[in-house]
Design a protein around this ligand. Sequence first.
Ligand code: NAD
Length: 503
Amino acid sequence: MRQVDHFPNSLGASGSGSRTHQIWNPSTGEVQAEVTLAGRDVLDRAVATAKRVQPEWAATNPQKRARVMFKFKELIEANMKPLAELLSSEHGKTVPDAMGDVQRGLEVIEYACGIPQVLKGEFTQGAGPGIDVYSMRQPLGIGAGITPFNFPAMIPMWMFGMACAAGNAFILKPSERDPSVPVRLAELFVEAGAPEGLLQVVHGDKEMVDAILDHPDIPAISFVGSSDIAHYIYHRGAENGKRVQAFGGAKNHGVVMPDADLDQVVNDLAGAAFGSAGERCMALPVVVPVGEDTAERLKEKLIPAIHALRVGVSTDPDAHYGPVVTPEHKARIEQWITTAEEEGGEIVIDGRGFTLQGHEKGFFVGPTLIDHVTPEMSSYKEEIFGPVLQIVRARDFEEAVRLPSEHQYGNGVAIFTRNGHAAREFASRVQVGMVGVNVPIPVPVAYHSFGGWKRSGFGDIDQYGTEGLAFWTKKKKITERWPETNDFGGGDGSNAFVIPTMG
Ligand code: NAD
């Protein structure tokens, strides 16, 4: 059995490691490897190493740190295919989709290649008589990242790319369901010239996460995963005085206005609702046609498009999507379809009980379409995270703005229309963090930033871009005066007890 160890594997040399977690191949339904689950003792060793390595890395000039990021970018590009194959074998997404996962992380590494430019501080000459004010961004020391199963390359790179470029050491705790790619990334980072111990990968479940949350030498934690855990991480981390950003689940709506190009919408929805088997935090699992006529026309076009979807093993070059991640997750998705039916939803296309010929043990769920879903239903309120598209019919534009705005999640939303005014109104009024206008999955590019609202994001700083930089650094403000003489006595002393002003 293949073993996935911590990185470096000397971290697990003694002490913890007796507990393990199975890693599936979701396409075959077989266990392909196991990962060691550890706790505080392994973390302590990782922190000790990080503390030793980080000061010298922080003192390395930013241009030299950038060169490591450039080399890392090169190595990822050279290893794109094997990374994507490894990723898809543990996650189940198709290989081209896995390449997208690596690519969207790589784009943040590309941003981090410009770290000397973005790290520059502010400067004001002559803020007062003979006084200059300037600011600098300094690394926090050791950052930690706790990541979900659904983007095992992209999300770790979003975090450690920014954190390490800014001068921090980083400890990554990836999902125990697909931990191999994060380890491979850490190996490539060393090959790129990062000092050994700058980026370490520790494996575990709640025990390791709690150890990170309570560790006195880890000042900042970035988390991505489900909302209850995100809230827990935010709460416990903040209680321990840490800086925490914690991104949670989602239920993104796609509003379809009567004037939308329905062929384009159906094409976009097929990819956004069913791509990666719906296991994306920016998937579009809810479509909101405005008006009965739009709903009927859309449904008529959706049905054949969904029937035409090809479900296959993750290596099938013609598959639109592959299996879901675990047998438990398959059961959970099918249970949600049953719940939706019991709540009064119309199961138009039923993906329950789907098997793929020749791969009967794989964790496949057929594409599912449910109509007449209403806001009271639990299957609408909660995240299903599978290849399931729900239709929630809205009477008018106002209701279409209200539905995503009042939902507990507020990650992404899209509007499909040819009407610029409607789009502008929608974008301005909807209570959701990321909005697409005729764009189904509006994940902002690497030089903007990513983050949802409400139960999709706890904390106030987004991922990557200048926001990521702000999260992984602390800002120091210096007010400086160089008197002409050696007299530091404060002039005649008459104002020494008054709050200094620049007058
Ligand atoms: P998850 O919450 O089960 O796990 C995320 C991480 O938390 C993993 O590293 C896991 O080991 C750890 N964890 C699990 N249980 C824990 C516990 N009880 N205490 C402490 N830590 C625990 O999430 P997942 O199933 O891996 O990922 C899917 C979820 O992530 C979905 O809800 C999805 O919407 C969300 N997600 C959100 C975003 C975003 O940016 N908002 C992005 C990707 C995924």
